[in-house]
Design a protein around this ligand. Structure first.
Ligand code: 6PG
Length: 258
């Protein structure tokens, strides 16, 4: 299995990780803007990206944003919980409150996953259709996101691809709705093909509680069934890990990553 060597950036703490992620986002958005291209970004869920969302919101209000800047940006989600959009655990709600409510992004540029319409399986099917439409994909085509943000759990899961998940071996569908036994819940998630076709994938991982999984994912044997974050291996894109010192504390100094 040829695995891309990630770019590893170890920063002081969560705030520095958020700032680095926001800077990477803006740099890539401006590059697309100069090319007069749209910019398609999949946001991650959980708590880690909250600081980044707030940093993006702060910067959006601070520096001169060219008129129509946000018209070029289309936001998607890497995964979603099987809850309505106003539920406290909704990844969409978290991004809405921390970012979307403070920027002038057209509503049609927000592409959220909609479990409330008919449950997780239907939401996954509809989201797949949305991706195929937005990216003008022919049959079998795979979206190429400009940027996919990912987090990682202490068990090495990423997006909503958990250990031993059927989603790990999904090589046809772009979106799936795995049952997550440990959560006793369905999730909706981009699948490895949809994630790995991105131009850039950025992991944001902070906190000492993640250090063990970070070390195993980056330096341990390749076993994605146990460490799903290892399935992330962009075919022709960049892979960046933004870690704080606590999350990176078990990486051996001279380890050959991967
Ligand atoms: C989710 C995620 C998930 C998350 C990790 C880390 O919906 O929860 O997408 O993959 O990124 O569980 O979560 P924290 O940032 O809360 O530690």
């Amino acid at each position: 299995m040829d695995r891309i060597k990630p770019e590893l950036r170890i920063l002081e703490g969560p705030a520095a990780v958020a700032a680095a992620a926001a800077e990477e986002f803006r740099a890539r958005v401006f590059a697309a803007y100069r090319r007069e291209n749209f910019f398609a970004c999949a946001l991650s869920g959980g708590t880690t990206p909250q600081l980044m969302f707030r940093e993006l919101a702060r910067r959006a209000g601070e520096s001169p944003i060219p008129a129509g800047f946000w018209n070029h940006i289309h936001l998607f989600w890497g995964d979603e919980r099987d809850v309505p959009p106003d539920n406290p655990s909704s990844n969409y709600r978290a991004a809405r409150e921390a970012l979307l409510e403070t920027i002038e992004i057209p509503a049609c540029n927000i592409h959220r996953i909609m479990p409330e319409r008919g449950g997780a399986v239907k939401a996954a099917e509809e989201y797949e259709t949305e991706l195929k439409t937005f990216f003008s994909l022919s049959k079998g085509g795979i979206p190429r996101f400009d940027l996919v943000f990912l987090g990682m759990g202490e068990d090495g899961h990423t997006a909503s691809i958990f250990p031993a998940s059927a989603a790990l071996n999904e090589n046809v569908r772009l979106v799936s709705a795995p049952w997550v036994a440990k959560l006793n819940a369905f999730r909706i998630t981009l699948t490895p093909p949809a994630i790995n076709n991105a131009a850039c994938i950025i992991f944001l991982v902070t906190g000492a509680e993640k250090a063990g999984a970070v070390q195993q994912v980056l330096e341990g044997s390749y076993m994605p069934e146990q460490l799903p974050a290892q399935i992330v291996n962009p075919k022709s894109g960049k892979l960046i890990w933004l870690l704080d010192r606590a999350a990176a504390s078990q990486i051996s100094k001279d380890a050959e990553l991967l």
